[in-house]
Design a binder for this molecule. Structure first.
Ligand code: AMP
Length: 408
């Protein structure tokens, strides 16, 4: 089935065609018709599957068709998401797909000035994509009225729970009509997610996309045994060997991210750090520079592991393995998107072996090990342009020879 066969407005069909979307993806095929029929949907699908358009296309279509018939203006569709980056990105998907329509979408989030946001809301919007905090703030200031909402979309619901937004989801119900269509999207399923979903959806159509194998098939996964202190030399080597490639490097903490950027700078590799300690405006600018390819190496914490859709990331490097095995899947999902192929390379030090076992248990697959001889390993350390290794090597060699009576 093609989009041209769907009962959706021509302006949306033409735009999908311009965007290069000809055929629906699996989740779109399974969800769009039910949403157009007015049914609630509960879907388990990861980013990368095309799930944003799965709810954006039908909600946009319904709002566009009715726009001229509405007696009162007001927000018709509320999309709640856990992070600011997602709010911005999903609003952009709506704006792109709705480009040839007069439907107005606005992405709202905290960390920036409110005045401009209030002005945009006052001018009238149809679709609001938002994080909970700023939304409640503006509801209390009466800058947001949700009385006319027909569609409630909860995206990345599992991350919303992880980030402590469960109460916000329940609270928002007080502001929106009970007669509405609810679309619930989560990357993973658990008892908690199910109970949250059943609180908000009614007789929902349930859709699950590849539940058994959460790791995308377009990605090659490899583990490299690297000692903690040697990781930066390996990263340097990989980046230098793959100059043209776009990479996302994940590390455990903000401080480690900053240190890696500094270590790369010492060896003339330019990269940018992204983490929660960086001002929101700057975070968007960093993502934009990475998106356009102005910066090719993004070094980040798990703040960027979910949802962010940046095309043509060639490789994800897990500089540190994630504490939570689920995040391994989310991190690796930044590459191999759509039909592209991607590579996920993970450094595993002695102290991270247990984390690796937990990941393999979670994904149900043993990840291939990169077979590196001791000689090759030391060659990589030796090749580094960072003088610090040579000092380290001298001291180590000195220690090795201590206690032997060779005097040369
Ligand atoms: P998402 O899972 O919503 O983050 O989407 C992943 C990527 O798939 C995005 O870059 C979309 O632009 C792309 N995409 C979504 N639907 C389609 C489609 N039907 N055909 C081609 N690409 C698509």
């Amino acid at each position: 089935m093609k989009f041209s066969d769907y009962n959706i407005a021509d302006e949306i069909k033409q735009q999908l065609n311009d965007l290069g979307f000809n055929k629906p993806t699996d989740i779109q095929f399974k969800a769009i018709k039910h949403i157009l029929d007015g049914e609630d949907v509960m879907a388990i699908a990861q980013t990368g599957t095309g799930k944003t358009a799965a709810f954006a296309i039908p909600t946009l279509d319904r709002i566009y068709r009715n726009k001229n018939k509405y007696k009162k203006s007001g927000i018709r569709c509320l999309v709640m998401v856990p992070t600011r980056e997602l709010a911005k990105q999903i609003a952009k998907v709506y704006q792109d797909i709705g480009k040839k329509t007069n439907v107005k979408t606005f992405g709202l989030f905290g960390g920036v000035e409110q005045e401009q946001q209030i002005r945009t809301l006052d001018n009238g919007i149809d679709i609001l994509v938002t994080t909970p905090g700023r939304m409640f703030d503006l509801i209390s200031q009466k800058a947001i009225v949700l009385d006319n909402v027909e569609f409630l979309v909860l995206d990345e619901a599992d991350l919303m729970l992880d980030m402590g937004f469960a109460k916000d989801i329940q609270d928002v119900m007080r502001f929106i009509p009970t007669k509405r269509q609810t679309l619930f999207f989560s990357a993973t399923i658990s008892k908690k997610i199910k109970s949250l979903a059943y609180d908000v959806v009614k007789n929902a159509i349930r859709i699950q996309i590849s539940p058994k194998n959460p790791v995308a098939k377009t990605i090659t996964h490899t583990i490299l045994d690297v000692e903690m202190d040697d990781k930066r030399f390996f990263l340097e080597n990989i980046i230098k060997e793959n100059e043209e490639k776009k990479m996302v490097v994940f590390a455990r903490t903000k401080v480690r991210v900053e240190r890696i950027v500094a270590a790369m700078e010492r060896v003339a590799i330019s990269s940018e750090a992204l983490h929660g300690g960086i001002d929101q405006k700057e975070r968007f600018a960093i993502l934009e520079r990475f998106r356009t390819g102005e910066n090719k190496i993004l070094i980040t914490t798990d703040v960027a592991c979910r949802g962010i859709d940046i095309p043509s990331v060639d490789c994800v490097i897990n500089y540190d393995l994630p504490d939570n095995p689920e995040n391994y899947v989310h991190r690796c999902g930044r590459t191999g998107r759509g039909k592209n192929r991607g590579q996920a390379l993970s450094f595993c030090s002695e102290s991270e072996r247990e984390l690796l076992l937990a990941i393999e248990e979670y994904t149900g697959d043993r990840i291939d090990r990169y077979d590196l001889s001791q000689g090759e390993y030391y060659e990589i350390l030796n090749d580094s342009d960072d003088g610090s290794y040579n000092w380290k090597k001298l001291i180590e060699e000195e220690n090795k020879f201590k206690g032997t009576d060779t005097e040369w």
